[in-house]
Design a protein. Structure first.
Length: 444
């Protein structure tokens, strides 16, 4: 690889780091939460702490620990107590909050314990109590409390099938909400009549509050009918556990209570605020790109669809923009963000970002001065230790030189092995935040 290929990759790594730093959880809390005397200002909304007897903090998600750490510093001993669910093997010590290590992306015993403790604590509160709830990507797995007669093994099986089905996050969370005792507004139901303020780092396309962490503190606009439609759409009616199918059927038939809906009085004392998002990360990336001399453009913050299709389409879209005279001149940096899906049919190993990049590599095969990257802002792409991958015009040929056919590896969902062997994986380690994925396309 010559220096003309190395330089844009170095630039892109710096831009990626800048994007991730811009949505750092501690930074986000410090930007949106301020204490002056006894007035706590959250997203420009003043809260007089003297009105409340007790202050509790609860949370779940990949960023929740560092959000809680920042909040502890701001409130300086005013917190009565609380529970925070964090990703296992990424522990953090907090002064006055209990930390429970839970499982992700599939729920586990820790997820069950964290959800049960949080829910039980909230059920003991009154109208003179204040709850600050911290939600970020990963909360759906880290807070898992199955409803009805559904056991943890059945919930794990259901989650795994949904994640492999090709369903998008909104569809997955529609089902999750209707199988849970804490998601889909159920946590808010437990908190009422206390005052509830939810701070969120968004990991869903469109920043829909009811989908972030499966919306435990907000009204749920979806129904059991919607959940059943997702199950049918992805041909899961004969694959899901019997307890799950029975519970969903009960909901469809009206024998199981629906999740709390908009206009329910339990939400009258609730406030929500998104403190970091994919848009914010892309804007920071664009500014950094300009410092390196790139002409930058953000294409979209709402990229969805099958990863291998999206990778091909995005490259072609960027190339078309480059080809139109006067649209954008090289050196150009195109940015996009969102969350794609992968319908797993092969037996390989990878993630949606690596799969997107491998599909893009097939399009740019032989192109000079073109580099593509896609990463998960949480530093984790699928069941791998990589955040994503790079590709350039030589990627397919370099794979072929070591006996790998890129198209076959894509077909087998084996993008990780492909990029590992040619040395083009991007490894950041867990970042402690999560605002979905970002893609970078450089044309020199």
């Amino acid at each position: 690889m010559n220096d003309r290929q190395r330089k844009p990759k170095r630039d892109m790594m710096d831009i990626i780091r800048c994007a991730i730093e811009s949505v750092d959880p501690e930074r986000a809390i410090n930007t949106h939460v301020h204490l002056t005397g006894e007035t706590l200002t959250v997203c420009h909304c003043p809260i007089e702490l003297s009105m409340y007897h007790r202050i509790y903090v609860i949370g779940a998600g990949k960023a929740s620990a560092r959000m809680a750490e920042a909040l502890e510093r701001i409130l300086s001993g005013r917190i009565t107590g609380g529970v925070v669910s964090v990703v296992k093997d990424q522990p953090i010590r907090l002064k006055c909050l209990e930390v429970i290590e839970a499982e992700h992306p599939l729920p586990g015993e820790g997820s069950l314990q964290a959800a049960a403790k949080s829910l039980k604590l909230m059920q003991s509160l009154g109208e003179n109590d204040l709850v600050l709830c911290l939600i970020s990507g990963g909360a759906s797995a880290l807070w898992s409390l199955p409803a009805g007669g559904i056991n943890l093994d059945d919930k794990i099986c259901t989650t795994e099938l949904l994640l492999q089905s090709g369903a998008d996050i909104h569809e997955i969370n529609t089902v999750r909400k209707h199988l849970s005792s804490i998601k889909g507004g159920r946590l808010a139901q437990a908190v009422s009549p206390a005052c509830l303020v939810t701070l969120l780092i968004s990991d869903v396309v469109g920043d829909q509050l009811s989908s972030i962490g499966s919306g435990p503190t907000v009204a749920d606009p979806t129904t059991f009918d919607d959940a059943w439609s997702v199950v049918r759409k992805y041909n899961l009616t004969k694959r899901l556990p019997k307890s799950v199918l029975a519970y969903l059927h009960g909901g469809v038939e009206g024998n199981v209570p629906e999740t709390p809906k908009p206009h329910n009085p339990i939400f009258t004392r609730n406030t929500e605020c998104i403190i970091a998002s994919n848009r914010q990360a892309l804007e920071a990336a664009a500014e950094r790109g300009k410092l390196f001399g790139y002409n930058t453009r953000i294409i979209s913050t709402e990229i969805t669809g099958e990863a291998r299709v999206v990778g091909k389409n995005l490259v072609e879209q960027c190339h078309t923009l480059m080809s139109k005279e006067g649209t954008i001149a090289p050196p150009a940096l195109f940015l996009s963000g969102g969350e794609t899906t992968v319908t797993v049919k092969g037996k390989g190993r990878g993630g949606r970002n690596q799969e997107l990049v491998l599909a893009a590599a097939l399009v740019i095969d032989g192109w000079e001065n073109t580099v593509v990257a896609s990463i998960g802002t949480d530093g984790i792409d699928g069941a791998t230790d990589a955040a994503g991958a790079f590709a350039d015009g030589s990627t397919v040929e370099r794979g072929r030189a070591v006996g790998m056919n890129a198209r076959n590896y894509l077909k087998d969902n084996n993008s990780f092995t492909f990029f590992e062997r040619i040395g083009d994986l991007i490894r950041t380690g867990p970042t402690g935040t999560n605002v979905m994925d970002i893609q970078l396309f450089v044309f020199l």
